[in-house]
Write a protein that binds this ligand. Structure first.
Ligand code: HEM
Ligand code: HEM
Length: 321
């Protein structure tokens, strides 16, 4: 947790102890130089339920501005709890939750009115989501357009496709490595990790395709030409697979963020909207492309034989008119 005052209760067998922490980042926190906590002793261990009860006190204003949050009265306070089982050492929590409270001079504590969904939001995850969505939805569509539909400007589209491909690769590596912990217990973690590796291989196959095209100058023998076409086909298929799995990963990322992190937020549906609209746009582009190809040949008319039924040779200019 960033900039958070923490109290940690540890249970080790039938022993219990309390520690004062100040956390500055999403890593194991630093123990306060001066602990301002006092426990009502002894901790009560209930052998029947295997639970230990702690009662811990601290002054609202500890005077330690460097490592304690000085608790104000009559203000809404954001609170968070988390717990982990199986080890008395620091590690990421199994479960966590947020709540809010307000304290007053007479010692009463009432539930606060802060918006819990707002408290659960995580900046870093949202940035991860927006970057990935831009790279795979927006740039993903451009990758398709530059190679499949914008063929009139072949050279420009070719270089644009390569630059956009490297951009998507870079964004995927940078924003995946910011959150990756090699977990596989949620569909998004599995898909995210697969997309990361598929993108690296896919972008390499694109680079290889572009390089072989450059080396090939049209005068090679058929076997060589076929080899280059095979490489291009592999990247083409990898490209479509990447676009599909990348957008599936976006959907699972939205489900995970809105469903699990924001605990059942209705905006979870945005994941499905993104996936369906992406597929719809691809189908739309393809339909327009095919219809245009079909009807753009309509102006070519088969010339009629007019030379008294005899065989006549047409010049290219005559055919074009
Ligand atoms: C193609 C797009 C995406 C890729 C490749 C991707 C990749 C990843 C990877 C590799 C992880 C870490 C998995 C692990 O620890 O093993 C991850 C975590 C996560 N991703 Fe994505 N992601 C994508 C899109 C999204 C989107 C659109 C969202 C929506 C907000 C999102 C939200 C999250 C969240 C909340 C986590 C968990 C972070 C944590 O618990 O530390 N991702 N993603
Ligand atoms: C995330 C990265 C990438 C994706 C998703 C992607 C996607 C695609 C797709 C879908 C096609 C086929 C379009 C069609 O139907 O004709 C394609 C073709 C192509 N891509 Fe990529 N690409 C990526 C990266 C790259 C890179 C980095 C390069 C080169 C440096 C590259 C070079 C090419 C070339 C030369 C073709 C044409 C192959 C042919 O002749 O059929 N791509 N790409």
């Amino acid at each position: 947790m960033k900039n958070t005052d923490m109290i940690a209760w540890f249970v080790d067998g039938q022993e219990g102890y309390t520690k004062d922490y100040w956390s500055t980042d999403n890593v194991a926190p630093i123990e306060d130089t001066i602990s301002n906590l006092t426990d009502d002793r002894p901790h009560r261990y209930d052998a029947a339920t295997k639970k230990m009860t702690f009662v811990t006190r601290r002054p609202l204003d500890t005077g330690d501005v460097a490592q304690d949050f000085l608790v104000p009265l009559n203000e809404e306070l954001a609170m968070i709890y988390g717990h982990a089982e199986g080890s008395a050492a620091w590690r990421i929590h199994d479960e966590y939750g947020v709540w809010t409270l307000r304290l007053s001079e007479d010692g009463s504590v009432v539930e606060g009115a802060l918006d819990l969904t707002e408290l659960r939001r995580v900046d870093e995850y949202e940035q991860h989501g927006w970057w990935m969505w831009s790279a795979w939805y927006v740039v993903g569509l451009l990758l398709l357009v530059t190679k499949r539909y914008a063929k009139k400007t072949w050279s420009l589209s070719h270089y644009l496709h390569a630059i956009l491909g490297y951009f998507t690769l870079l964004v995927t590596i940078v924003w995946a490595s910011k959150v990756i912990e090699w977990r596989f217990d949620t569909p998004h973690y599995i898909l995210g990790t697969i997309t990361l590796f598929v993108t690296i291989v896919g972008a390499l196959s694109g680079s290889y395709t572009a390089a072989t095209m450059k080396i090939y100058n049209g005068d090679k023998d058929w076997a060589e030409k076929e080899r280059i076409e095979r490489i291009a086909k592999i990247h083409r298929m990898a490209g479509y697979f990447m676009l599909f799995i990348g957008n599936l990963t976006i959907m699972s990322g939205c489900f995970h963020y809105f469903g699990d992190v924001l605990k059942g937020d209705k905006r979870k549906i945005l994941g499905a909207v993104s996936m369906i609209s992406f597929c719809f746009l691809v189908i739309l582009f393809e339909t327009i492309y095919r219809l245009r190809n079909k009807f753009s040949l309509g102006h070519l008319k088969t010339p009629k034989v007019t030379d008294g039924g005899k065989v006549k040779t047409f010049t290219p200019a005559e055919v074009d008119t």
